[in-house]
Design a protein around this ligand. Structure first.
Ligand SMILES: [Zn+2]
Length: 93
């Protein structure tokens, strides 16, 4: 089953739809299994607003990649040091 533009979900694992690389088991937290690059929030793009106007803590921009082909699979913004945000979980019926 395709989930979004980059994920294929099977009965027991999640793989990259670009290169078929195994990414995680369906019982694992997907994003914590992926290579991640963490940088300043300005890495999100030139139109990103100055976060100092809204929050007093340091914010970071995280990019999660496929270890097989390097495709960018997820991004998130977070406070520096916060755990990876688990946006969704895949559960078998
Ligand atoms: Zn891939």
């Amino acid at each position: 089953m395709h989930v979004g533009p980059s994920l294929d979900v099977g009965e027991s694992d999640v793989s990259c739809s670009h290169c078929d690389e195994h990414l995680a088991g369906t019982d694992e937290s997907l994003k914590t299994q992926l290579p991640v690059r963490e940088g300043p929030i300005t890495n999100a793009g030139p139109t990103m607003v100055d976060e100092d106007r809204f929050v007093s803590e340091e914010m970071v921009f995280r990019e999660f990649f496929c270890p097989g082909c390097g495709a960018l699979l997820f991004t998130e913004t977070a406070r520096k040091g916060d755990p990876v945000l688990e946006e969704f979980r895949i559960e078998a019926e």
